[in-house]
Design a protein around this ligand. Structure first.
Ligand code: DLL
Length: 432
């Protein structure tokens, strides 16, 4: 099922034409209204009227998170505040947060794009949708909310947190779809078990999860525990929020809303375009945003574009699930490692709980990594020998996947912090 079949199933040549027209309009908009872009283009002697194909966008400079911070709060807005009807801001875990704005038209586009993603994930107006993303400056809650209302689903704007209440509401209101971060979905699933509630007594059918990296193994775990079909959806506040890309029920990559976003994949070191299908950093240019357009925004997210057609009939290309962010990448003994790779290994090992934390320390000149894994109760209270066997097994599997050895410690169930929003998988003692 599609939300806007005329767009989602548009032929590629028609899409290319539409993208070019929208790109030209966006470039004019930023040149006229945002001094930051005008100055940059002028300095580089870029004539935006000379851009005659979407590929020529490569002549333009990148925009980075730092540029957004330097222009805090409203410096990159392309309309006067009088036309802005909503303001959100990114979490700002590292330094100053970035502020983004939406015109009335932007909100209309946003809810439509979220409606597409929700429809692709199985949601219809017959669903009761529990939104357990935080409502507030974070784009997750409000972003999903208006898309779900647009579809005509019955929306429960519960926000995140208060897990036992989430479960009571889920039972009483007969929730059919849960929307939150994958780590929160797992916490909800585990709490349901602890409360001795039979998942089959719930009405849940679908889960739409996003806002943080997760693995296929984690998807399997959540699907089994909650007895649902789980899809992945991606977005970021600088570009819009949720609604940038989402999986269809094929669950094999996220369809990018290409009529509104132009994507490129670059090599994050050389900044050159990656080869077709190669993994690299995702760079996004908005094509229709009015209040806060961005040109070649470097997301720091690593993925690849899948160009093969999808059996669902949508013509938009897909992106692979995000492997991680360039800034989350660990370099252990010279090898690049992403937390999601470690997660995928741990989730497939019997005797461990799906909760882990990666501690990075500096010993002398070298970084060292310790993986803390929760052991299931039976193992933890078992004899030392069994515990050691489990540790050795985890080490062997991690070494096979990562190509390097890492230290592993078992910890008791429930010792690691649980997340109601974005999980913190890596504790970097080097920065503390
Ligand atoms: O997380 C927007 C969002 C809300 C997306 C709800 C999906 C659902 P930010 O807080 O600005 O916005 O964080 C954006 O989160 O650059 C990625 O690193 C990460 N991220 C978002 N979705 C995914 C995903 C929202 N499906 C940053 N898989 C992005 C992996 C994701 N990482």
């Amino acid at each position: 099922m599609y939300w806007e079949p005329e767009n989602e199933c548009m032929e590629r040549d028609e899409l290319a034409q539409l993208q070019l027209e929208r790109l030209e309009a966006t470039l004019n908009r930023v040149y006229l209204n945002v001094p930051f872009y005008r100055k940059k283009f002028d300095e580089l002697k870029i004539d935006i009227d000379g851009i005659r194909s979407v590929e020529e966008i490569r002549q333009l400079p990148f925009t980075t998170k730092n540029d957004l911070r330097d222009n805090y709060p409203y410096g990159l807005f392309a309309v006067p505040l009088r036309e802005v009807v909503r303001i959100h801001a990114s979490s700002g875990t590292t330094g100053m947060s970035t502020v983004v704005g939406y015109t009335r038209n932007d909100l209309k586009t946003w809810s439509n794009l979220v409606a597409r993603v929700l429809t692709a994930g199985g949601i219809t107006k017959d669903d009761v949708v529990q939104i357990a993303f935080g409502y507030g400056l974070f784009t997750g809650g409000f972003g999903i909310h208006y898309g779900a209302e647009k579809i005509g689903a019955s929306v429960i704007p519960i926000s995140s947190g208060n897990t036992s209440r989430q479960i009571k509401i889920m039972q009483d209101f007969k929730t059919t779809a849960l929307i939150c971060t994958p780590s929160y979905a797992l916490l909800i699933a585990d709490t349901i078990r602890e409360m001795n509630i039979n998942t089959s007594s719930l009405s849940l059918k679908y889960g739409l999860f996003g806002a943080e990296p997760w693995s296929e193994s984690m998807r399997r775990e959540i699907e089994q525990k909650l007895k649902i079909v789980a899809t992945d959806n991606y977005g970021l506040s600088e570009v819009m929020g949720p609604g940038v890309a989402g999986e269809c029920l094929e669950r094999n990559g996220l369809h990018i809303n290409e009529d509104h976003f132009l994507v490129e994949i670059i090599n994050p070191e050389t900044l050159e375009p990656a080869k077709p299908g190669e993994v690299g950093e995702l760079v996004i240019t908005t094509l229709t945003k009015e209040a806060f357009p961005v040109i070649r925004f470097r997301t720091r997210d690593l993925t690849r574009v899948i160009s093969e057609p999808c059996p669902c009939g949508r013509k938009f290309r897909r992106m692979n699930r995000v492997m991680g962010r360039t800034d989350d990448m660990l370099i252990i003994k010279g090898v690049n490692v992403f937390p999601s790779q470690i997660e995928a290994v741990l989730f497939d090992i019997e005797g461990t709980e799906p909760h882990y934390q990666i501690i990075v320390e500096r010993k002398g000149a070298l970084d060292s990594v310790k993986v803390l894994v929760e052991a299931s109760e039976s193992i933890f209270f078992d004899e030392m020998k069994k515990q050691n066997e489990l540790i050795e097994l985890i080490k062997r599997r991690l070494a096979a996947e990562l190509g390097i050895g890492v230290d592993v410690r078992l910890v008791e169930k429930k010792t690691l912090e649980r997340s109601e929003g974005k999980a913190k998988r890596v504790v970097d003692m080097r920065k503390l």
